[in-house]
Design a protein. Structure first.
Length: 225
């Protein structure tokens, strides 16, 4: 089975305050490469990617210093205050780069550099014929507790129905653009693309991926690279 073509959007306008670094976490260098460069590698090597749009902070001074800044398949837009704003800005730019409303778009975190080609291909294969799309996710492994504001356990949650959302998340350009725009207009808090699609009445499908596909958030996460 041939894999579907897709466009890639990466929201990279955040500052990553929890990393407590001198630069946004996606520009931290590990073994000679920034986290963002490592994140992009999996996609740039994929034959089905049509193009990549990065949503960057308005005065980002780190991206122009990277060799990938002149890569012909990568373009940039100015990001927004929140992830949803940045993703929407990138989606709005895609038609000008040749994308159509029914094209697949994958959205991936800038600081999630451990995505494997196998997971990416599994996502593309499983969702190729899906009417909605979906996301990589992993089933919860640990016992989960519902905790009160003062730190007391209220109950144990059934982990068999709980999954941790990962990226990439894969949806049709037109549907995702409409869902995000409508959610932002309604001032609904959406933390990922799936939550926007859920709010719009769709039911995204989860595709099990590897738990190693972590988002670099805290200094100790760098030890895993």
């Amino acid at each position: 089975m041939s894999l579907p073509s897709f466009w890639l959007v990466i929201p990279a306008a955040g500052i990553g305050s929890r990393m407590q670094a001198a630069c946004p976490k996606q520009y931290l260098s590990v073994a000679g490469k920034t986290i963002l460069e490592r994140t992009l590698e999996c996609f740039l090597e994929h034959p089905s990617v049509q193009g990549i749009v990065l949503a960057l902070a308005e005065h980002d001074r780190w991206w122009p210093q990277l060799s990938l800044a002149v890569h012909p398949r990568i373009s940039t837009v100015v990001g927004g205050a929140e992830r949803a704003d940045s993703v929407l800005n990138a989606l709005l730019a895609l038609p000008g780069r040749g994308a159509k409303a029914d094209d697949w778009v994958l959205v991936h975190d800038a600081a999630r550099p451990l995505l494997t080609r196998e997971d990416l291909d599994r996502l593309l294969t499983r969702l190729a014929a899906d009417p909605v799309g979906g996301l990589l996710a992993v089933p919860a492994r640990d016992t989960l507790k519902h905790v009160s504001a003062d730190g007391c356990v209220l109950k144990t949650i059934d982990r068999s129905v709980i999954w941790h959302a990962l990226t990439p998340q894969m949806f049709r350009l037109g549907l995702l653009q409409h869902a995000l725009a409508a959610a932002l207009q309604a001032q609904v808090a959406v933390t990922d693309e799936s939550s926007a699609m859920e709010w719009a009445g769709f039911t995204p499908r989860v595709v099990e991926g590897l738990a190693s596909n972590i988002k670099i958030t805290c200094p100790e996460d760098l030890l895993l690279l």
